[in-house]
Ligand binder design. Sequence first.
Ligand SMILES: Nc1ncnc2c1ncn2[C@@H]1O[C@H](COP(=O)(O)OP(=O)(O)OP(=O)(O)O)[C@@H](O)[C@H]1O
Length: 243
Amino acid sequence: MHAIEIDRLTRVYGSVRAVDGVSFHVEPGEIFGFMGHNGAGKTTTLRMLLGLTRPTSGSARVLGHDVVRESLEVRRQCGFLPASYALPAHMTARQFLHYVAAMFDLEADVAEARIQSLIQLFGIQAAADRKLGGFSTGMTQKVGLAQALINEPRIVLLDEPTSGLDPLGRHELLEHLRHLSSERGVTVLFSSHILSDIETLCRRVAALHQGRLVAFGPIEALKSEHRSANMDELYLSLARRAA
Ligand SMILES: Nc1ncnc2c1ncn2[C@@H]1O[C@H](COP(=O)(O)OP(=O)(O)OP(=O)(O)O)[C@@H](O)[C@H]1O
């Protein structure tokens, strides 16, 4: 069974085909790159996978569950880091993580243990009891990733997780994702327009351009097929062919 299976998924907004007949699949435990420039349809696809946006047509399954009919089960097994969201400035990181744990109905002692280990995993012990309002972008991303892992998801969907991070923050985040995949077998769908991050982290990708799938497969094979030396060249070549 594929971890994620998308079949002719489509979402139309008026005259805009935000996602247009997209099909691809993601294997369990892989870090899969989902690439495309602004407006390509990445966020809309992720939202459909989580049951937050209803497909106009087509279907998708996450761990075998239909994303429309079984969206609660899908959300129970997924972690999600949205592209941008406002953390509650008045809460501390620890309070916020407890709040998210309560939404997943975690028992108090289970929540406590998980929060403690996530705080350690992301190295935010010193800031855990400070208010989120004063957190830097990098610290905010760490808390965002910690909340996405609170339910010990088998799949994490990350929407532009490295944008706004400095090189050290980016390096640390990519290391965390590698650890999740290799040590815990978590499947990571890594959506980004920062193609170098995708190249560093992922073996296989799907590329969207104006809502349509323009490539799917191993990066190395795509690069040689399109005679591209790097990811930017590859994406430009794919986009030109699609135009
Ligand atoms: N709720 C909505 N109403 C109308 N149009 C929308 C809506 N959501 C997305 N769109 C349109 O769908 C297209 C795809 O948007 P989407 O946010 O999925 O792209 P993206 O690849 O995530 O881009 P970005 O990297 O800029 O976030 C865009 O043209 C966008 O304007």
